[in-house]
Design a protein around this ligand. Sequence first.
Ligand SMILES: *[C@@H]1O[C@H](CO)[C@@H](O)[C@H](O)[C@H]1NC(C)=O
Length: 547
Amino acid sequence: MQLLPSSDSEVMYMDSSGRVTRPNVIFPLLIILQSCLYTVEGVWPLPQTFIPSSEQYRLSPQAFYFGYGRQSAVQPGCSVLDSAFKRYFSLVFPDFTSAYGALRFSVDKPFTVEVSVDHDDCEGYPNEDSSERYNLSVSTGHASLNAETVWGALRGLETFSQLVYQDDYGSYFVNKTVIEDFPRFQFRAILLDTSRHYLPVQTILKTLDAMAYSKFNVFHWHIVDDPSFPYQSRSFPDLSSKGAFHPMTHIYTQSDVRRVISHARLRGIRILPEFDSPGHTKSWGKGQPDLLTPCYKGSVPSGTFGPVNPALPSTYQFMKGLFKEVSSVFPDSYIHLGGDEVDFSCWRSNPDVRAFMQKMGFGGDFTKLEAYYMENIVNITSSLNKTSIVWQDVFDYHEKIPKDTVLQIWKGTPAKYKEELSRITKAGMRVLLAAPWYINHISYGQDWRNSYTVQPQNFSGTDEQKKLVIGGEVCMWGEYVDATNLTPRLWPRASAAAERLWSDEKQTSSVDKAFPRLQDFRCKLLRRGIQAEPLYVGHCKHEYQGI
Ligand SMILES: *[C@@H]1O[C@H](CO)[C@@H](O)[C@H](O)[C@H]1NC(C)=O
């Protein structure tokens, strides 16, 4: 038998009688394929119930379809699922481009992923009560994905895409599988800081893509802070024209913000905007005169400014205007109001602030002044029908904060934050845990292991108290981070926290068992164009190709 060159690049053979044949290549190839299949490490984060099987089906991109189930409450035209089907087709078949038709020896039996959803929420936004539950069952020629909401269907599509694998010849396979899945915590967030460094919109969109791969569902946008004010406000345009690093190039216009919100929505991600005050507001002062407190040296102003001035009625007028705008621009029902790290020295130096304290009967207690300020801000957002999230500091001096406020725990060692979780939940307040996930801090070695072993409900308290932990947040503060290093610093390290927040606690108790699956997931991220850093020695079948 002789190998002949062929015109259409398919392999042809000449048999002993000289006849040219196109043999049935499928059978012998399958035998070779079986022996060199890559081991499949599974899905990240680990589904709640996962029944794998060694029964495998070959998938062909030319005969693969996503479709809507007949009983589904949503049908073609649903923006969230229509666009997800397009995205996930490319994610399922990463090197297929219809231009050249990929490999030709296809089995060509159609495979359909049929998606059914109970509620039509296609044009809405995901919210805190949105169900992300889904059931996925893969069998011969067919997968059914059932979910209560389109947001759950998105999570299921992500899982399906991770079940598909390729052999050494590039053929695609999926195994028979049954999955029932739902998140352990309702709030699974990543914080990006766009004040210390400006992050281009593209970088934010790419981060949202990667968040969806790890099933994160909240983007906490720490959009402004001391160094810069990049949010371009409709009502107060001077805030960014004077407070941004550059008034034209280093800002987020209203259309940029809409783009981020829409990109996130299509991936089932909520946007939690943070406008942190009264501290962390130096950049606000440039575009809003009289907002910040003038600090004094003896009896004269020193020329420097401190936190927002809580003694002036004009401050609250301005905040009403700003938060009215922010409430209408950002659709989520939560707003983050900050409230952390307020330095009292400037307030203390200012005679007008001191006089105000006297008038209000606060004596010399500046925590009372801070509580007064935060109460006013929380009331503004409540009147706009928004729920507030604040940093834990606010609870330290203001235990009577409205009961629906969420406290975000960011300080201290495990012993310290557990104590805080215990104390705040005892008061019946909901909490969000961030302290163990400040992954802008880096160290030599596999520090993802620390993120992975965090136990958010492991503190002293009743079951009722533990239910008050709404979830967790990975924080990527921006002092040393911009678009050059954000992605490798974030991924796959943030994915460790993602599994802790999504998956069952007992099934994910072993870091060593998680390791190969996370390594495999990191390779998937590379394959999807996310420049995720390596966890340790090893290789990916498809190494990062650069730009
Ligand atoms: C899928 O099936 C193949 C072939 O039987 C097997 O080698 C592989 O381990 C299976 N993968 C999973 C995740 O079960």
